[in-house]
Structure formats: structure tokens, C-alpha cells
Design a protein around this ligand. Structure first.
Ligand code: SAH
Length: 235
């Protein structure tokens, strides 16, 4: 198994990097790594580097002799806006959306959203762990929650088309709405769906398109992952 860690520091050949206390604990107590073990580091900017653990005790860890193993790929633009669900489902969405390539993940509060608080710090940790595991070289940005109204009115000219999952039967087929070669923003509603007023608001917003995900009503988390999977199938 490759050990991969996300770090905030700049990475360059021969650099020496100190890891966080949590990473030292993870290496020592969870992975049973030791000095000399190979690890891979990335920071979302400089590509991927391999190095060897040069120091490891209870609270401190360092990695030295870095060598570049991969260059940083071009940044994509794939945004997921979703109505937050209960904690486990929200965690699942963030973990899987990271695997499926989302570059920005943003909780959006709607009329029928049943949770009132979202722990974005926790979601950032989940996204970083998921990126480490799936070998991507960046971690999606997690935004602070915003209301649907604020989100729709913050959209600017030139933003990617907003594709909202619409279970009402008025949405269009994936093949006519999703183009995985272009930036995209997806919006998925809460368990209770969007209210009529919200549907009107979305319809009045420029550059939006409704997406039909088939004849069954999907759980919100299924819909969020389905749209990202459809998008990431394109080359
Ligand atoms: N209120 C609805 C269910 C909402 S499902 C009802 O009870 O009938 C939660 C969200 O998942 C929806 O807001 C929509 O964005 C998405 N969704 C679920 N099934 C879908 C489908 N077949 N097509 C498109 N979007 C879907």
C-alpha cells in the first residue's frame, strides 16, 4: 500500500517536510510505519513527491529526500452544490465526490433542508483523506454553506452551466445536458426535493438546465454521486 499524505508546505526536490502531529500519530500508531518508510506527499500545487520518513516519534514526523514522481495535472472545474443531509450521508457525499473528481463542494441550504449546521472543518478532513486514498493530487475546496437564493444570485456570467437534478419529469436526459469535457456545476436537492418557489427561482436563473436521472426517485446522496459519475465517464 502506498502511503500518501496531503501537506500544506511547498514541495520541491530534496526538500525536508515536517508533518502534523495527527499525521505523525497516523504513521506510527495506525500504519506502524518507521523511519525509512517511503511516503508520497502532495499539496495540490506542486505535483507528487516520494520521500522517506526521516524522523518519527509520538508527536513529530518528518520526510526527507523528496523526489518528484508526478507533475500537477491541469486544474478541472467540477462543482457540486448539494443540500446537506444528516451527518453520515453528508460525509459520504464529500468522500465519494472527491473520488469522482469534484473540485468544489458546497452545501446549499434550501427550504426543505432538514439540517441546520454543517461542520465544514470536518468535511475538509474527509476530503483530504479521500484525495490521499484515491491518488488525486488536489483536494476539493469545501465552501461554507450558503442559501439557495444567495447561491443563485451569486452566479456570474461565464460560470459553468448549472445542471440541477430534477425528479419531476421535466428534466432532460443526461446525454443532452452533460458534457464532461467542459466545466460543470451540479445542484442536487434535499430529501424533500425543491419547493415550487425554489423551482421557479432556478428556472429564472440564466444558464441552468434540468437533468432527469431516470424513472426512479433516488435518495439525494445517490443523485449527487450519480451526476458526478455520469460526468466523469466522459473523456
Ligand atoms: N421530494 C421528492 C424526492 C426528492 S429526491 C419526492 O419525495 O418525491 C432528492 C433529490 O435528488 C432531488 O431534489 C433531486 O435533485 C435528486 N433526484 C432524485 N431522483 C432524481 C431523478 N430521478 N432525476 C433527477 N434528480 C433526482
Amino acid at each position: 500500500m502506498q502511503i500518501r499524505l496531503f501537506v500544506p508546505d511547498d514541495l520541491f526536490p530534496d526538500a525536508g517536510i515536517f508533518l502534523s502531529e495527527a499525521q505523525a500519530h497516523y504513521l506510527r500508531s495506525v500504519l506502524r510505519a518507521s523511519e525509512g518508510t517511503e511516503v508520497f506527499l502532495f499539496n495540490g500545487r506542486d505535483g507528487e513527491f516520494s520521500g522517506r520518513i526521516s524522523l518519527l516519534d509520538k508527536k513529530k514526523a518528518a520526510v526527507g529526500h523528496l523526489k518528484r514522481t508526478r507533475s500537477q495535472p491541469e486544474k478541472k472545474d467540477l462543482r457540486l452544490y448539494f443540500a446537506p443531509l444528516k451527518r453520515d450521508c453528508t460525509d459520504l457525499i464529500v468522500e465519494k465526490a472527491t473520488e469522482l473528481g469534484a473540485t468544489l463542494i458546497c452545501p446549499v441550504m434550501t427550504e426543505y433542508t432538514s439540517v441546520s449546521r454543517v461542520n465544514t472543518e470536518r468535511l475538509r478532513l474527509i476530503a483530504a483523506e479521500s484525495a490521499e486514498q484515491c491518488r488525486r493530487l488536489d483536494v476539493p475546496e469545501i465552501c461554507e454553506p450558503l442559501s439557495l437564493k444567495a447561491f443563485l444570485s451569486s452566479r456570474k456570467k461565464g460560470d459553468p452551466v448549472l445542471i440541477h437534478s430534477d425528479e419531476s419529469g421535466r428534466g432532460r436526459a443526461a446525454s443532452s445536458v452533460i458534457d464532461g469535457t467542459r466545466p460543470a456545476a451540479f445542484l442536487v436537492g434535499p430529501e424533500g426535493g425543491f419547493s415550487d418557489a425554489e423551482r421557479r427561482l432556478i428556472a429564472q436563473t440564466p444558464d441552468t438546465a434540468g437533468l432527469d436521472l431516470g424513472e426512479r426517485i433516488l435518495r439525494a446522496e445517490t443523485a449527487a454521486l450519480a451526476v458526478l459519475a455520469l460526468y466523469s465517464c466522459f473523456k
